[in-house]
Ligand binder design. Structure first.
Ligand SMILES: C[S@@+](CC[C@H](N)C(=O)[O-])C[C@H]1O[C@@H](n2cnc3c(N)ncnc32)[C@H](O)[C@@H]1O
Length: 441
């Protein structure tokens, strides 16, 4: 039977409406946890008023366990239900969880026009608008740990179509390729075994695995050097993995960085490592798909993307989405492995288990997609020499904690195949910098 689909998010983001439609579309059973609780225990406002929020959360916890024991459901969860990490873990086990999002104004307008005519219990008070803003800020980290689905100015049917497209095999393949169980525990154990103090980690101790691209830190630095980043810049790092490049960018340019990645294990680990390095004030990480970013138009002064495009077949849609969230005059810096010659490639590769799940392209393919998206290509450079020098600098010894700890037992084969394709001149890391024309251009 199919895994449960669970929708979370703040009140007024449309969880119940979307989940009901989604269930109908997928021919599955629909469950609204608030409605089920009301049917079993009475009116929710009364539970809050007479028994308190704690009692309500206890009821939700029991219900989470009950739903997790079933499958094939589409669940609209109460707005606060998955804020409890224990509940979130139980209900997420083997399920796909999506967090519906909306701006505070949208939420307030939807909640006020709610046909029930009564204000939701959490918003009762003199300043419901301020309360929405406060609660959204308080819940941002927990909600941000789930895959985000924007709902502003989108009819429910469009949100449903969006979710169905995300359920597609492509994204699942990518997650499945990178996901590793208990990743934080495994990384922590490897770091400790290498004699590193988890409370006093330095970026150098993570360098063997946290910048998951050829040339590692040297390649990130070279990319940052191509971008004009001021200290007040906001940078989006697309497909950030466990966040090494995002941290390096925030450190070297002293700017704010948001990292997004499709793989929840990587985002959890990125947050954990960033907290260990005490850099969480300037870096935010979210689970999101590069093809459907949960940000408004022109949000970022610059965008970086290192070794991600090999996972995304539709380069046209990718570049259009990146161009959308890039500010006018902003720069997009790409550092991806690209095909530079014909010839056989053996799989598994670090980004794909087989050719059928690989989306390796040529620099010309990228450039065409960038131009189609309205961006101007500034430069396109083969960084082969940078990688050769970075490998020489390692002196033949693998770092104590390395990508094998991130990617598991299959890593040696992936590494061997990649080095072979690189040495034979079939693939090479190419750095492309493109700009979004300013309004006056
Ligand atoms: C080879 S890793 C590179 C990670 C990171 N950029 C770095 O250099 O350390 C590729 C990453 O891209 C992410 N990814 C692949 N397709 C994605 C998509 N459509 N949206 C967001 N992230 C994606 C994967 O989950 C993985 O973390």
């Amino acid at each position: 039977m199919a895994a449960n689909i669970v929708l979370t998010g703040f009140m007024g983001t449309g969880k119940s409406t979307v989940a009901r439609l989604l269930a109908a579309e997928l021919d599955r059973e629909f469950i609204d946890t608030d409605a089920l609780i009301a049917a079993r225990h009475g009116d929710l406002a009364d539970i809050f008023l007479h028994r308190g929020e704690g009692a309500f959360r206890d009821i939700e916890r029991d219900l989470a366990a009950e739903l997790a024991s079933r499958d094939g459901l589409v669940v609209a969860s109460g707005g606060g239900m998955l804020l409890d990490p224990e509940v979130a873990d139980v209900i997420s086990e083997g399920a796909r969880v999506f967090c519906l999002t909306a701006e505070s104004d949208t939420i307030l307008a939807r909640v006020i026009s709610d046909k029930s005519g009564t204000m939701r219990p959490l918003l009762v008070g003199p300043d419901p608008a301020g309360r929405v803003v406060d609660l959204l800020a308080q819940r941002a980290i927990r909600y941000g740990s789930f895959e985000q689905v924007p709902t502003d100015e989108r009819p429910p049917a469009e949100v449903v179509a969006d979710i169905i497209s995300r359920l597609d095999a492509g994204a699942a393949d990518i997650r499945g390729h990178y996901a590793q169980s208990a990743l934080i525990e495994r990384v922590a154990a490897a770091l400790e075994a290498a004699g590193h103090d988890l409370d006093g980690l330095s970026p150098a101790e993570l360098a063997g695995f946290d910048e998951f691209h050829l040339g590692g830190h040297a390649a990130t630095t070279a990319l940052v050097d191509c971008l004009e980043l001021g200290a007040d810049a906001t940078v989006l790092d697309v497909g950030c993995g466990v966040g090494g490049a995002a941290r390096a960018i925030a450190h070297s340019a002293a700017c704010s960085v948001v990292g997004i990645d499709l793989t929840p294990d990587f985002i959890d680990t990125a947050r954990w490592l960033t907290e260990r390095l005490r850099m969480q004030d300037r870096i935010d990480f979210r689970v999101a798909n590069a093809l459907d970013l949960p940000f408004g138009e022109g949000t970022f002064d610059a965008i970086t993307m290192l070794h991600v495009g090999m996972n995304i077949d539709d380069k046209g849609s990718l570049m259009t989405e990146l161009a959308r969230v890039l500010a006018r005059g902003g720069q997009l810096g790409i550092y991806d492995l690209m095909r530079v010659d014909d010839g056989d490639i053996d799989y598994p590769m670090p980004w794909a288990a087989s050719a059928s799940t690989s989306s390796l392209s040529t620099a010309a393919g990228y450039q065409e997609a960038l131009k189609e998206a309205g961006l101007t290509v500034q430069s396109s450079i083969d960084c082969r020499q940078l990688v050769v020098e970075a490998i020489q600098a390692l002196g033949g010894s693998a770092p104590a904690v390395n990508l094998g700890h991130l990617m598991g037992a299959g890593w040696p084969r992936m590494q061997e195949n990649m080095i072979s394709a690189f040495r034979r001149g079939i693939v090479s890391p190419i750095r492309i910098v493109a700009t979004k024309p300013s309004e006056t251009a």
